[in-house]
Design a protein. Structure first.
Length: 333
């Protein structure tokens, strides 16, 4: 009890940080137990790297880059980290369907800790996925950091920050849909135009005239251009600043909406309603006519008086337990 009282008396910010880390640890402990999920989540971006490099690498030429791999790999990094944010919405929808969120809501903990812990754990999973992709890109493909290690570190931070911001978008979707299947579909349906209508794979100047300004204004394009410039040692311009502003703005807006939605969300299963009293429980004057029994307590009685044919020599029971014990059921004429 003393530990619970000390936890309640914490400062709200300190309690939110503590509870968020405890919740993140709970999700991270599941990774060694469900290693298949991490394996398949890692195989998908590796397949994107191999397919785009060896299938489309010889057919696509990008101005300013002698090697298509140096242009493509940063875009693959961005796309894979964005796709990794979809696990946030799926996990929240699964916790809602199992009733786990209602149990956490009854504990003396910060309400925002449930969502922050989920997004932080998914960020750690994205870090693991990123390093696996980086190893595959370096060894078989030959991708290199043409800039300094500090610039490559900054580019990685920009990609992870943008991925974390989109995790809050997925959190809001996971709280809004009614099932895990719907969260899976809703989480991926908008990420495909976000990642493909961008500069991740081709230069937006090669797109149709009406699509080029849309791709140029896409925040995913801005983040990808900033990371690509830092990885290749090129001037980054204002793309790094705009990437940080986009990421922080998305976090502020969708984190606020997600926490409000979480506080007002209901359970996924229908609530238990109070049971109406049965008609045989109500006080009413019994019928004392010969040949009639009150059978409302029996199955199928539905609160009415029915006439039934009694067996010869059998005793009529008005008690419900006695009738069930004897195995006698009413039979209508």
């Amino acid at each position: 009890m003393s530990s619970v009282s000390e936890h309640i008396e914490m400062h709200p910010v300190r309690m939110a940080v503590h509870d968020s880390w405890v919740e993140a640890e709970r999700h991270l402990r599941i990774i060694p137990r469900n290693i298949e999920l991490l394996i398949f989540a890692t195989i998908q971006p590796v397949m994107f790297v191999v397919l785009f490099v060896y299938v489309f690498g010889g057919a696509i030429q990008v101005p300013g880059f002698s090697n298509y791999d140096q242009f493509l790999i940063p875009g693959i990094f961005s796309q894979s980290l964005v796709f990794g944010s979809a696990f946030t919405g799926i996990g929240i929808a699964e916790d809602l369907s199992k009733g786990l969120v209602d149990r956490l809501r009854s504990l003396p903990m910060a309400r925002s800790a449930v969502l922050i812990g989920r997004t932080v754990s998914d960020l750690v999973r994205n870090v693991i996925t990123f390093f696996v992709m980086l190893a595959v890109s370096f060894w078989p493909i030959g991708f290199r950091f043409e800039g300094s290690l500090f610039e490559a570190f900054l580019a990685t931070l920009l990609l992870l920050l943008f991925s974390y911001s989109l995790s809050w978008v997925q959190a809001l979707m996971g709280l809004s849909v009614g099932s895990v299947e719907a969260a899976n579909s809703a989480g991926f349906i908008w990420m495909f135009p976000l990642t493909f209508v961008s500069s991740a794979f081709v230069d937006p100047a090669s797109m149709p005239g009406w699509l080029e300004p849309i791709a140029a204004a896409n925040p995913f394009t801005i983040v990808t251009n900033a990371a690509r410039a830092l990885y290749n040692g090129n001037p980054v311009g204002n793309d790094a600043t705009y990437s940080i502003l986009w990421s922080l703005g998305i976090i502020v807006v969708f984190a606020t909406l997600s926490v409000r939605k979480f506080n007002r969300s209901t359970v996924a299963y229908p609530p238990i309603r109070a049971r109406r009293p049965l008609r045989h429980d109500r006080r009413r004057r019994p019928l004392r006519r010969r040949g009639w029994d009150r059978v409302s307590a029996l199955p199928g009685g539905r609160g009415r008086h029915r006439r039934r044919r009694r067996r010869p020599g059998a005793r009529a029971f008005d008690d419900r337990r006695a009738v069930r014990a004897a195995g006698d059921r009413p039979r209508s004429r």
